[in-house]
Design a protein around this ligand. Structure first.
Ligand code: FES
Length: 148
């Protein structure tokens, strides 16, 4: 009779110990995630400026293309100044070209179309073209790129 009670007590003790361990582990993990959510690891981004060329080289309504420092850039003069986009189509990464007659960027791979603001307006591209920040210093134009 007492052996049965000891076994039952031992099982109850072990069951409680495992449950307590499990709850503690679960709450610890949850608490860690909550703290991570409240204080995300925000590393300060670093940027560098890459020279594209002289302002006069990019005047006009047509887009101009520049390959610089591993970036393929489409630069376009607008009423608000210059806009710079990545030439990589946001569908599968083909290089876009410019159609003067339609005033649009065209992707030759699957006929994706972007307006002069880089917005996807036809075809499969799921989002606008990636944009670079343009910096104009004197007679030169630069784009800002994130440095790893
Ligand atoms: S890769 Fe440009 S439309 Fe598909």
């Amino acid at each position: 009779m007492s052996v049965v009670n000891n076994n039952a007590e031992r099982r109850r003790f072990l069951s409680g110990a495992f449950m307590t361990f499990g709850i503690t582990l679960g709450l610890g993990t949850l608490g860690g995630r909550f703290i991570q959510f409240l204080m995300p690891d925000v590393a300060e981004k670093k940027f560098s400026e890459i020279l594209l060329g002289r302002v006069d080289d990019f005047k006009g309504s047509s887009a101009k293309f520049v390959d610089v420092a591993g970036k393929q850039v489409a630069l376009l003069e607008t009423d608000q100044g210059f806009s710079a986009f990545s030439r990589k189509c946001t569908d599968l990464g083909c290089l876009i070209s410019w159609d003067d007659s339609k005033d649009q960027f065209i992707c030759p791979c699957h006929q994706g179309v972007f307006d002069r603001n880089g917005k996807n307006i036809a075809g499969p591209p799921p989002r606008p073209l990636d944009r670079f920040e343009v910096v104009k210093k004197g007679e030169n134009i630069y784009i800002k790129v994130e440095v790893a």
